[in-house]
Design a protein around this ligand. Structure first.
Ligand code: PMV
Length: 308
């Protein structure tokens, strides 16, 4: 049985989303995780994930291992014993690991669905999402839940913590360049730093979060009503607020500035910050030029994706 799941980017609202404000995220289908589950004549449940050099039998994994936990949690939710026959689980991924593109959540989603199909059980998207949220806690500590939601539904999502994500329509497709600083994104760390700063200056941070909430709301309306050109300015504004929250870094700022100078309509960091990715809104005819400029400014790689 085979299942795949896309990567994701956060368009607006990272960090503020941890404090109850809305955020927007979209799937990135150019990168995918694919999980294959097959019966095997070898004993045990074997997991192969060449992208992270993993070849392990389930019982040899630590009890809080995210992949092992997906398997245990799924069978316990289905009220089934672990299979006694041999299983081979192959996880192939083109989503860069630890760069804010949601590779962990995508593995969990695809693995959950492939295993459920293998034991001939059907799961609702809501069940998949809830199960994967529990696994996200093992990766991130206190995740808002936006990654598992956008990847489970594989659609643009307007997300408020603690509520079911709202998927929404894209009135007119738009093009985003994703630039990877190549610096591993320590989401846990930046989330903890924002918490410390928020405790020190609660009023200042609350008012920044409120501005970001407005940005996310206007952005959703612009996307739905087919006015994606309005997103550029909103991205620039959101980036300035993230800089004030101290979650940008010189490498991200360099890529953001290079994108704007090369003709992007707007740019910002995406995700936890301090590394990981930035995104830029471009007219399709400028995509190549902007991607080249982002690479020249130090990006390790770029991806171009159409949000539709
Ligand atoms: O670094 P990413 O793409 O996993 O995103 C983190 C987003 C935050 O808002 C900073 C944290 C969260 O859990 O939503």
């Amino acid at each position: 049985m085979k299942s795949s799941a896309p990567g994701k980017i956060i368009l607006f609202g990272e960090h503020a989303v941890v404090y109850g404000r809305p955020a927007l995220a979209v799937p990135v289908t150019q990168v995918q995780v694919e999980v294959n589950v097959a019966d095997s004549s070898n004993a045990g449940i074997w997991i192969h994930a060449p992208a992270v050099d993993m070849h392990a039998e389930l019982s040899a994994l630590p009890s809080d291992h995210p992949i092992g936990s997906v398997i245990h949690n799924l069978f316990s939710m289905l009220e089934l014993p672990l299979p006694t026959r041999g299983l081979e689980i192959n996880i192939e991924s083109t989503i860069p690991v630890a760069s804010g593109l949601g590779s962990g959540a995508a593995v969990s989603v695809a693995l959950t669905r492939a295993l459920a199909m293998h034991v001939e059980r059907s799961l609702s998207d809501e069940q998949v999402n809830n199960l994967v949220y529990e696994i996200e806690k093992l990766y991130h500590g206190t995740p808002s839940g936006i990654d598992n939601t956008v990847i489970t539904y594989a659609k643009p999502v307007y997300f408020i913590k603690g509520k079911p994500g709202e998927t929404f329509k894209v009135g007119k497709p738009f093009t985003i360049i994703i630039g990877d600083t190549g610096i591993p994104a320590p989401t846990k760390q930046s989330v903890a730093d924002v918490r410390r700063a928020w405790l020190k200056d609660t009023n200042g941070f609350e008012s920044m979060f409120n501005e970001i909430a407005q940005i996310a709301l206007i952005a959703r309306r612009s996307i739905e009503s087919g006015r994606p050109d309005m997103l550029g300015e909103l991205m620039d504004h959101n980036h300035a607020l993230l800089q004030r929250m101290t979650v940008s870094c010189s490498e991200l700022d360099a890529l953001v500035n290079a994108a704007r100078e090369a003709g992007a309509l707007g740019a910002k960091l995406s995700g936890g910050g301090r590394g990981g990715n930035m995104i830029a809104l471009v007219n399709p005819e400028d995509a190549e030029k902007v991607a080249q400029a982002v690479l020249s400014a130090g990006a390790k790689k770029t991806l171009t994706t159409e949000v539709s």
